[in-house]
Write a new protein. Structure first.
Length: 253
């Protein structure tokens, strides 16, 4: 049976992993580490997490301009955030119940390659995926996060795909085979580039939906995740699911 997609790209937070508490807790601890007497705008923090922003964008948005100029050193704050996340957030980061079976089904039954593209730190991504067994089905080379993006250009910038993931896919298949005669599969070496109609982005926030639009590929919106529902619905995703257990029937059926 001919498959609808040559590649499926998964977001991480709010898509295959329930990590809202982990992100919120780690950001809260970071904020109070540097500003112990400064009230944390909790409603704003929740809204920023729902938009899928990177940590540095979130921290800047939480601070008034004068405070940001005085205390916000991006490198120091992000290093502290990642340290606190590794200690306090990582144990709270758990895959959704159907995530493992879905990834196994996509890669082993349907033979569709799966990649991860997230704005989360690549070290945190790999640690969670390794702990929970996902790297048995997703090559580590195809896990892209902050620290692995070309020139630091995160989602929704399409460079994460064109300059980041595509070269990694070609290098992976060159080393491991996968095409009809070894090497890269035909869809990856197609004249004119990858047919983006046969690539599916799966994510939960407006950042993921904008990434798909910038790439020109269809998108499956995970309504159960962390994204703002009204904002994501207005973006017009091609497929909407309320749980990962719906994915195969709704997307591939």
């Amino acid at each position: 049976m001919t498959q609808k997609y040559d590649l499926i790209i998964l977001d991480f937070d709010g898509t295959i992993y329930d990590s809202h508490e982990a992100i919120y807790t780690s950001m809260q601890r970071t904020f109070h580490h540097f500003l112990p007497d400064h009230p944390l705008p909790t409603t704003q923090l929740t809204a920023l997490i729902a938009q899928g922003h990177s940590p540095e964008v979130t921290f800047r948005a939480l601070l008034d301009p004068a405070t940001a100029r005085e205390v916000f050193d991006e490198a120091t704050w992000i290093t502290t955030y990642r340290t606190l996340y590794a200690e306090h957030g990582h144990p709270l980061t758990r895959p959704y119940p159907a995530a493992y079976d879905l990834v196994r089904t996509l890669t082993q039954t349907h033979r569709i390659p799966v990649a991860i593209v997230s704005n989360k730190a690549v070290g945190a991504l790999r640690a969670a995926l390794q702990r929970d067994g996902f790297l048995a089905f997703i090559p580590e080379a195809l896990v892209l996060g902050d620290g692995a993006f070309p020139r630091g250009r995160r989602k929704p910038d399409p460079a994460g795909f064109t300059e980041g993931l595509v070269p990694r896919l070609k290098a992976y298949y060159s080393a491991h085979g996968g095409g009809g005669g070894g090497g890269s599969p035909e869809w990856l070496e197609r004249e004119g580039g990858v047919d983006m109609r046969r690539v599916l982005m799966v994510g939960d926030t407006i950042t993921d939906l904008r990434f798909a639009r910038n790439l020109g590929c269809p998108v499956c919106w995970c309504r159960f995740g962390q994204g703002d529902a009204a904002e994501c619905e207005a973006a017009g995703p091609e497929v909407v699911i309320d749980g990962l257990e719906e994915f195969v029937g709704s997307v591939l059926g």
